[in-house]
Design a protein around this ligand. Structure first.
Ligand code: GH3
Ligand code: MG
Length: 330
């Protein structure tokens, strides 16, 4: 932290420097013209050196670039926006002072310099600069904390929509997306389909292999089903226990039936051994499908109820198969 004195008079520079040093104002730098001041401030560098300068005391009248012009040039760099400049001038007429303030000066000191006045003005400007610096540091800290909070919130909301075991969407997220897609389908007139599937004889699997293996099986089935879905809007969710559901926006029953068959075969191909299955020696799933146009007069849960009924039919019809619900509207 330092104060910079820009003055073409060597006597003035020495006088002001000594006085400020005597009163404990820290590091005092001096240059004899505006060009040297620009070089010292690093005006030709993108970042400048503003961080090191607390205050500039600028002689108003200097050969070459005068103090007011120099002040204007320094202030045109955003990094010097908060670095105060006091103009030292013999002319305290309104016109000169007007120009100084218009150029960005914060205050002025008249020549011949009165030491008491110099001390008081430098003190008050430095206090103000320190207050601004502190506020800026607090603001930067606040922005950092807010950014961290935002990222934690994003992660929280991501986690709160995922099923802890399988890593796919959970029931809560499914309910939200289903309602969103249902309303969208009502509005656009596009088809919407739902695929419900449930592992066959899973209770026996748990009884035979244990709960831990049962959990692993659920993960494998979720992965096998997930690998079938290709469109960005398709959503696979764990509906509860060993029951899964898929939302297929802009998809009619025929398309949904195909996806359902692909899920069924994908799970079979996974060849998860299930010696206690009453059907075969590996894990299979039964699937119910419902889909079509959505209407404002339908109950919101209608599509789910129908897909669930179709799933029940797939179970009672022998399992490891896909059943389509009767069309509920047209
Ligand atoms: P069905 O072919 O008719 O579907 O018979 P099922 O045995 O699969 O159906 P049931 O509803 O009788 O049993 C489901 C079993 O799924 C019972 C329950 O312990 C098990 N289950 C539910 N959630 C989990 C889980 O998170 N982990 C494990 N390991 N098992 C679960
Ligand atoms: Mg089951």
């Amino acid at each position: 932290m330092a104060i910079l004195i820009v003055d073409d008079s060597a006597d003035s520079r020495v006088l002001i420097k000594r006085f400020l040093e005597k009163h404990g104002f820290g590091k005092i730098l001096t240059v004899e013209n505006a060009t040297d001041a620009f070089a010292l401030l690093g005006l030709d560098q993108p970042e400048g050196l503003a961080k090191n300068i607390d205050l500039i005391l600028m002689d108003g009248v200097m050969p070459g670039i005068d103090g007011i012009k120099a002040c204007q040039l320094i202030k045109s760099h955003t990094c010097f926006k908060d670095v105060p400049i006091i103009i030292i001038t013999a002319n305290d007429n309104a016109e000169t002072l007007d120009k100084a303030f218009a150029a960005g000066a914060i205050d002025f000191i008249t020549k011949p310099i009165k030491q008491l006045e110099l001390k008081a003005r430098v003190n008050s400007v430095l206090n103000m600069k320190h207050a601004i610096d502190q506020r800026k540091a607090r603001e930067a800290e606040l922005v950092k904390v807010l950014e961290e909070l935002e990222s934690v919130n994003r992660e929280l909301s991501r986690l709160s929509s995922l099923d802890g075991l399988t890593g796919i969407a959970n029931r809560r997220h499914f309910d939200q997306i289903y309602e969103l897609e249902r309303q969208r389908a009502v509005r656009t007139g596009h088809d919407l389909s739902i695929v419900f599937f449930d592992i066959d004889f899973f209770k026996y699997y748990n009884d035979t292999y244990g709960h831990q293996e049962g959990d692993d099986c659920l993960k494998k089935v979720a992965a096998a089903a997930g690998s079938v879905l290709k469109r960005p809007g398709d959503l696979l969710a764990r509906y509860g226990g060993e029951e899964f559901v898929v939302i297929l926006p802009e998809t009619g029953v025929a398309g949904a039936y195909k996806v359902a068959q692909d899920i069924r075969t994908s799970v079979e191909k996974g060849n998860i051994q299930h010696s206690a299955s009453k059907l075969t020696d590996h894990i299979t799933v039964s699937i119910g499908v419902a889909g079509g146009k959505m209407s404002l007069t339908d109950k919101p849960q209608e599509l789910l109820t129908l897909a669930d009924k179709a799933l029940y039919e797939a179970k009672s019809g022998g399992r490891n198969q896909v059943r389509i619900a009767e069309r509920y509207s047209d």
